[in-house]
Design a protein around this ligand. Structure first.
Ligand SMILES: [Zn+2]
Length: 161
């Protein structure tokens, strides 16, 4: 049996895992995220590529919620990584600067569809430079999902650049 993730739509063979409702993800998709996290967190690259994983995954798993910071920060991170070539470390610093200046963030409603790339496509690539490259392609794909909101994101982040 295949379980389809409610966030990113990735189909995974059922492992009988509980869905992660807070993350708007199937348990099987969360397991892929955790597996890729072991890789990105152990990477040792000072650019801190793990941040790109967090943002791309977050942008593909936005759930309806009162809190707006999750989607806003994921989209800010993708925008800076894809259009400004920020490293993960630089994105992290920008998130901190934004968080210190405001508690109120615009609401971004998720697009009807995301993809084609998901966490599964990155994990399918051999560890190393090719996987890191795929991670950045995934960021570009996830940023593209939100094309209807690009101007609002640029405006939100622009004041901090
Ligand atoms: Zn998913």
């Amino acid at each position: 049996m295949l379980i389809v993730c409610p966030g990113c739509g990735v189909p995974c063979p059922s492992l009988g895992l509980e869905p992660d409702r807070k993350a708007n993800a199937s348990g099987e998709c969360r397991a892929l995220m955790h597996e890729l996290s072991y890789y990105t967190l152990a990477h040792g690259d000072p650019r801190f590529i793990h941040q790109h994983l967090v943002d791309a995954y977050g942008a593909q798993h936005v759930r309806q919620s009162k809190s707006t910071i999750g989607a806003a920060f994921a989209l800010a991170g993708l925008y800076l990584a894809v259009e400004h070539r920020f490293t993960g470390r630089q994105v992290q610093q920008m998130h901190m600067a934004m968080a210190s200046k405001s508690k109120h963030w615009p609401r971004f409603d998720p697009p009807p569809e995301v993809g084609p790339l998901t966490v599964a496509d990155v994990l399918a690539v051999e560890p190393g430079p090719d996987r890191d490259e795929k991670l950045m392609q995934w960021c570009a794909s996830a940023w593209g999902d939100w094309s209807a909101q690009h101007d609002r994101v640029r405006e939100m982040v622009g004041r901090y650049l």
